[in-house]
Design a protein around this ligand. Structure first.
Ligand code: IPE
Ligand code: IPE
Ligand code: MG
Length: 267
């Protein structure tokens, strides 16, 4: 049983998000355990309003807070959110600096919410390479939520899937050289234990906002069989309703995992 299962609501204690989910025909017993999010379109959201790009990043924080709260209320066990890629260092220095400051400020501001909602924070990516202040606050967030048993919020910061896979290969090579594992033990399952997501189930649902139809180096190993939900909404406009649309769409998919539908045997 996953960590958030115990907080799954019962019909006599329905919260507004769960009530809305039921009204929309969502089956609360068939929710994804892990949702991955590519929060994209902040810059365009701001530019359309004649604002600087960073105003979009600031507005995006509200959308993430609403998404976290909805996921907690529904009883989602893991939420992974792509906040900063290894490629995003190539943006103008002022934007990078603003984002690093925003991440630190937001984590401090949202810690009471994480405590209230029993959310445990995890990071995907190399956070040791972040500026000192951001890094210190991230470590504070990790230690202050480490005993929480509710939803895991995995923030992908300085994350790139290719770097993650190369790192896993390096760690496995070292473990092999140290005779901790044998080469014939190395398979996809063992490999997954050396990724940043070790211990987490693979996401069943990936949501990307802003109309882009690519993975942009996000969880390339883990998303092998995820269902994709791509919407035109810019991230700051993403709401509880859009999340429920994504879950409803997910529940209508036929996940075959390379096999054929049950009961279909004719060739
Ligand atoms: C996503 O929004 C946030 C980050 C990558 C940090 P963007 O900043 O990529 O917004 P667009 O895609 O340029 O509109
Ligand atoms: C992906 O968005 C990274 C994050 C959302 C943090 P980008 O805006 O960086 O991706 P591309 O450049 O459109 O592929
Ligand atoms: Mg973008």
């Amino acid at each position: 049983m996953g960590p958030a299962s115990a907080s799954r609501p019962f019909s006599n204690t329905l919260n507004p998000q769960t009530r809305l989910a039921l009204e929309r025909g969502i089956d609360l017993k068939n929710l994804p355990h892990h949702i991955a999010l590519i929060m994209d379109g902040n810059g365009r959201w701001a530019q359309e309003r004649g604002l600087p790009r960073v105003a979009g990043h600031k507005a995006g924080v509200d959308a993430l807070r609403e998404t976290i709260t909805t996921c907690v209320r529904l009883g989602i066990e893991y939420l992974s959110a792509y906040a900063f890629s290894t490629e995003n260092w190539g943006r103008p220095q002022e934007e990078v600096d603003y984002l690093m400051h925003l991440f630190a400020k937001t984590l401090i501001a949202e810690l009471p919410l994480f405590k209230q909602e029993n959310v445990r924070i995890a990071f995907l990516g190399d956070i040791e390479a972040l500026p000192q202040k951001t890094r210190d606050i991230f470590h504070k967030g990790l230690s202050e939520t480490s005993s929480h048993t509710g939803m895991v919020l995995a923030l992908a910061v300085n994350y790139g899937a290719r770097a993650e896979i190369a790192r896993a290969a390096r760690l496995i090579a070292q473990a092999t050289a140290d005779k901790k594992i044998r080469t014939d033990e190395i398979d996809a399952h063992l490999f997954s234990h050396y990724l940043y997501t070790a211990g987490m189930p693979d996401p069943e649902l990936l949501i990307r906002t802003s109309g882009e139809m690519r993975l942009s180096n996000f969880l390339l190993f883990q998303l092998a069989y995820a269902e994709l939900f791509l919407c035109d909404t810019y991230w700051p406009d993403f709401s509880c309703e859009t999340l429920l649309d994504a879950i409803f769409s997910f529940q209508g998919r036929h996940r075959r995992f390379g096999k054929i539908e049950e009961g279909v045997h004719e060739c």
